[in-house]
Design a binder for this molecule. Structure first.
Ligand code: LIP
Length: 270
C-alpha cells in the first residue's frame, strides 16, 4: 500500500500543478448535460493521471469521470475525478480538487484529495489514519444540530429530478447553525474529516466524486451512510456524512421529509 500511496500523491501533486497553471485559462469548455461542464483541463488532468498510473501499475484498472472505464471485478481499480468542482474551476472560484482513490474489490482502500489552490493534501490508507499535509486529522465533536455547520450540494439535473434536495436544504437551514454549498463533494467530505464541517449530505453524486474522500472521512472517525442510515457505497446515489455524533439527528431530518413526501404522493395530503 505504501507504494500505491506514494505514486497516488505524486501524480495528484503533478496534476494539481498543471491545473494551477491553467486557472483562468480553460480554453475548451463543453457541456456533458444541461449544466454539467467539462474543460480541456479536466481531460488533460485525467489523461496525465491515467497514463502515470498505467505505467506504474499496468495490471490495475482505471475508472475516470471523463474517460469512463469499467466495473468488471478486479483486485485493484483507480477511481479518479480529475477536477472535482469543475464549475468552480471554470468560474475561477478557488474550491476544487484532484480526487484519486484505489479500490480493492470495489471498496476504497486508499484516498488522496488535493486542493492545488490552497496546497492542501488530504490522504488516508485503510487502517492507517487520515492526514492533512501530513498532520493527523479527526472529525469535530459537535453534538447538536443547532450548533453545527453543515454542507451540501445539488445535482446538475437539479431542475429535472423529483428529489432535488431543495426541500432538505430548507429543512437543515432551519435546524442547523448554518449551511454551506461550496461545489466539490470530495473537499466537502474532507472538510468534515478535519472538523471544518460537522456534516454533509447530497443526492446524485458519481463514484469518482466521493471514493477518495470516503476512506479519508472514515479514517478520521467520520460516518457515511445512505439517508436512512443503511450502508453507503460510492456507487450509491445519495450520501449522508457526519462526525458520527450528529448522524441520527441528520438522518431524522432527511427521513421525516421523505415520509412527508410519501404521504403527499400516497394520500394527497399530510
Ligand atoms: C461536482 C460535485 C459537487 C456537486 C456538483 C458536481 P464535478 O462534481 O463535486 O458536490 O454538487 O453538482 O457533481 O462534476 O465538478 O466533478
Amino acid at each position: 500500500m505504501k507504494e500505491f500511496l506514494k505514486e497516488a500523491i505524486a501524480v495528484a501533486l503533478k496534476s494539481g500543478e498543471m491545473i494551477r497553471r491553467h486557472v483562468g485559462k480553460a480554453k475548451d469548455i463543453s457541456f456533458k448535460g444541461a449544466a454539467d461542464l467539462v474543460t480541456d483541463v479536466d481531460k488533460r488532468s485525467e489523461a496525465l493521471i491515467k497514463s502515470y498510473l498505467a505505467k506504474k501499475f499496468p495490471t490495475h484498472q482505471f475508472l475516470g469521470e471523463e474517460g469512463g472505464g469499467d466495473r468488471t471485478g478486479c483486485a485493484y481499480r483507480w477511481v479518479v475525478d480529475p477536477i472535482d468542482g469543475t464549475t468552480n474551476f471554470v468560474h475561477d472560484l478557488p474550491y476544487f480538487s484532484v480526487s484519486i482513490a484505489l479500490e480493492s474489490d470495489c471498496k476504497p482502500v486508499l484516498g488522496v484529495v488535493y486542493d492545488p489552490v490552497h496546497n492542501e493534501l488530504f490522504h488516508a490508507v485503510k487502517g492507517g489514519g487520515a492526514f492533512l499535509n501530513k498532520k493527523s486529522i479527526k472529525v469535530s465533536k459537535v453534538k447538536e444540530l443547532k450548533q453545527s455547520l453543515l454542507c451540501t450540494g445539488f445535482a446538475y439535473e437539479l431542475k429535472d429530478t423529483r428529489d432535488s434536495n431543495v426541500e432538505h436544504f430548507v429543512d437543515f437551514l432551519l435546524a442547523a447553525q448554518a449551511i454551506r454549498r461550496l461545489g466539490s463533494a470530495s473537499l466537502d467530505m474532507c472538510y468534515v474529516a478535519c472538523g471544518r464541517f460537522d456534516g454533509y449530505w447530497e443526492v446524485g453524486l458519481k463514484p469518482w466524486d466521493t471514493a477518495a474522500a470516503l476512506i479519508i472521512l472514515k479514517e478520521a472517525g467520520g460516518k457515511a451512510t445512505k439517508f436512512n442510515g443503511s450502508p453507503y457505497s460510492h456507487y450509491d446515489q445519495e450520501i449522508l456524512v457526519s462526525n458520527g455524533l450528529l448522524h441520527k439527528k441528520m438522518e431524522d431530518v432527511l427521513m421525516r421529509r421523505r415520509r412527508v413526501r410519501h404521504c403527499k404522493v400516497t394520500f394527497g395530503k399530510y
